[in-house]
Design a protein around this ligand. Structure first.
Ligand SMILES: Cc1cc2nc3c(=O)[nH]c(=O)nc-3n(C[C@H](O)[C@H](O)[C@H](O)COP(=O)(O)OP(=O)(O)OC[C@H]3O[C@@H](n4cnc5c(N)ncnc54)[C@H](O)[C@@H]3O)c2cc1C
Length: 646
């Protein structure tokens, strides 16, 4: 798809440039007085939380932002493979795949040995992330990702829409109420922040609050959470440009280091013409802010021009620009319980995204860490509110996501050191001056982290079974389910199994059969299915309300090695009757495909088979042998609440 030829136009890229208009400012509607979940901030973290909760009619959610409408320009633009996988969970990956620039190559430029005032390409390589996911790293306006999430919320069963023009003034958490799960311990006070300058103040009481209100988070301050780490000492100019240039790699991601003038990173953008520039600016002094530099867009362009000499940058339009200054900082805790939570308290307030971790934009990790933060939290809050899971589940958010934030800060520290050149007069740190080969090595070493695909949660009761990892070593416990294809038995259709892991709060168990024919009642797979279907201790039976469809809490899929299977020979449980008409679900039984075999691709033990238990956020929770019925039951018993007490 090509767009922005005659100027950058924000909005829905499915609408032609000539008639595309940004969304109208939404009307101001009074805030609700009481809600289950209050979300502050409509960035990627807030919207992903809201998008997840919008799936549930029995949960009331309110999301607010101080801006007067959705984001239109700028900010992050790199959408990692993992973020697109998550968007697939929300049924929204297609648009990103279609509209985004797909990153295939990186080039590296350094001072020319012969004429060091000029830059010269040293090498061009394939992007290190290719092959880590069925999706490629995409580059698209952050606002477009927001739009897709907003669209999903609006079209959901709850028709959730944000309340704009509201600034959080004060957050109060009543310590006497936090351990009473039915109480509303949170009181948030907002003022209207629209042009009318109305002094209207509104109060919302909530059972849970999630602060997704960015780096200067008021929620974080209201929770008295300190940030640990370095404050900003480096400013970068960020610009989205439409330009004419003789720089040959303008449609390839390029790392450019000049001899004297610093570094530039260029990133091709969606639509074929737009380009993002990151331009290294001066070091900031202690307590100095980037705004003190008093720079204009022309100054940043002039700096880029100096760095990229002898190539010419004839800028026709600056679609968006900003000076970006951030230090590497992490919140000391991500919820309202004390550090270490020695008394095992149930958290009621959380911070997510930039509100709890900030770093430079170089690795493209901001959006791509913020959105998975709430993808981790959303299903946990929902399942506790719905009485499906024990409230202790909420304690796992902080421990799982703070680990990722710490890794992120460390990676950003390393990359910042590599990308940023120092003034040649800085004799104390000559080793900091480095070349682009080190950046390339770093990106290759950290490719899984940069892509988000190797993010791994530590062992816990929802990430367990390490002793069985060998049964499917390509499905790493704690990491996301790495999708692969299989063939549906009922109709021969090819299915990416990872795309069955929708963000609907359900658990999934993938049963990978062994060598035995699953149609025979003596086979391990057959016996396991009988246990799941009929036993009183089957977690499917225990945790699914009698009135609900059998797959509404734990959804079972089977993947067999045998290719000559017939759906009518499968137990009813694998093609269950569902819904008000009792229609059969034909989409739960698969077999491996010759030449594209998931057993080979994910190193699944063919002789023993296994069960792979997948969390609602697509991370692998457990791997078990096919006959480990008790262990499967014990796994779910640890955190789920039985539904059918008679
Ligand atoms: C100006 C700017 C430029 C950026 N440039 C880049 C870039 O070039 N590359 C890159 O990778 N990343 C960039 N980022 C970072 C990236 O956008 C973030 O990492 C990502 O958006 C974080 O998502 P989030 O949801 O945690 O927070 P944010 O996207 O920051 O969203 C926070 C939201 O909370 C709202 N809010 C804040 N305070 C209140 C309040 N008191 N009451 C109500 N609402 C409130 C804000 O209006 C905002 O919409 C930039 C961020 C900013 C702010």
């Amino acid at each position: 798809m090509q767009f922005h030829l005659n100027g950058f136009k924000p909005g829905n890229y499915q609408i032609p440039d000539s008639i595309r208009e940004p969304a109208a400012t939404p009307p101001i509607i009074d805030l609700p007085k009481d809600v289950d979940v209050l979300i502050v901030g409509c960035g990627p973290a807030g919207l992903a939380m809201a998008r997840q909760l919008s799936e549930f009619t029995d949960i009331t959610t309110c999301i607010v932002d101080l801006e007067d409408g959705p984001l239109e320009f700028g900010r992050a633009d790199g959408i990692s493979c993992r973020t697109i996988e998550i968007m697939e969970g929300f049924n929204s990956s297609e648009m990103i795949v279609k509209e985004a620039y797909k990153l295939n190559q990186n080039t590296f430029w350094e001072p020319d040995n012969i004429k060091p005032e000029n830059i010269k390409r040293t090498h061009k390589i394939a992007d290190a992330r290719i092959g880590l996911s069925e999706f490629a790293h995409g580059i698209v306006n952050q606002a477009r990702l927001h739009e897709l999430l907003l669209e999903g919320m609006k079209n959901s069963v709850t028709h959730l829409v944000p309340h704009y023009s509201r600034r959080l003034l004060e957050l109060d958490i009543d310590p006497n109420l936090t351990q009473d799960l039915n109480a509303h311990p949170i009181t948030a006070t907002f003022e209207q922040s629209d042009d009318s300058k109305s002094a209207k103040v509104e109060t919302v009481r909530a059972r849970y609050v999630v602060g997704c209100d960015g780096a200067r988070s008021s929620v974080r301050k209201g929770m008295s959470i300190a940030l640990e780490g370095d404050s900003a000492n480096k400013a970068w100019g960020v610009m989205d440009l439409l330009l004419v240039t003789d720089f040959p790699d303008i449609r390839v991601k390029s790392f450019i280091q000049s001899k004297e003038n610093g570094a530039v990173m260029t990133i091709p953008r969606e639509g074929g013409y737009l380009v993002r520039f990151y331009v290294e600016l001066d070091l900031l002094g202690k307590d100095q802010r980037a705004s003190d530099l008093n720079l204009k867009a022309e100054d940043v362009i002039a700096k880029a021009q100096l760095i990229m000499h002898p190539y010419k940058l004839d800028v026709k339009e600056v679609a968006w620009w900003s000076i970006y200054e951030v230090g590497q900082r992490v919140a000391e805790r991500f919820d309202d319980t004390p550090i270490g939570n020695p008394d095992g308290l149930i958290p009621r307030a959380f911070v997510a995204g930039d509100a709890c971790h900030t770093h430079s934009p170089k690795g493209g990790w901001g959006l791509n860490t913020s959105l998975p933060d709430t993808f981790n939290l959303g299903w946990k809050v929902a399942s506790v509110l719905q009485g499906k899971c024990k409230p202790k589940l909420l304690q796992t958010y902080s421990s799982e996501r703070r680990k990722v934030a710490l890794q992120l800060i460390e990676a950003d520290r390393q990359l910042s050191k590599l990308v940023a050149t120092r003034p040649t007069s800085d004799k104390d740190a000559p080793e900091a001056k480095t070349n682009t080969v080190d950046i390339q090595k770093f990106m290759a070493r950290q490719n899984g982290f940069v892509a988000g695909t190797s993010i791994e949660y530590n062992p816990s009761y929802i990430c367990t079974g390490a002793e069985n990892q060998h049964l499917a070593s390509g499905f790493k416990i704690g990491q996301r389910f790495h999708s692969a294809e299989a063939i549906r038995v009922a109709d021969g259709g090819r299915q990416h199994l990872g795309h069955l892991n929708k963000a609907d709060g359900r658990w999934r168990v993938f049963i990978f059969g062994n060598k035995q024919n699953p149609e025979e009642s003596s086979s391990e797979s057959y016996k396991l299915v009988q246990f799941l279907a009929n036993s009183e201790s089957s977690p499917v039976r225990k945790y699914t309300p009698d009135v609900a469809d059998i797959d509404s809490v734990i959804d079972i899929y089977t993947v067999f090695q045998q290719k000559d299977l017939s759906i009518e020979n499968m137990p009813d449980f694998l093609w269950p009757a569902k819904g008000k008409f009792g229609l059969r679900d034909y989409e739960k039984v698969f077999h491996a495909e010759e030449g594209n075999d998931i057993f080979d691709q994910r190193s699944i033990d063919r002789s023993s088979g296994c069960m792979v238990v997948v969390r609602p956020d697509q991370h692998i929770a457990n791997i078990l042998p096919l006959n480990a019925y008790q262990k499967l039951t014990a796994f779910f018993d640890e955190f789920m609440i039985a539904q059918n007490q008679s």
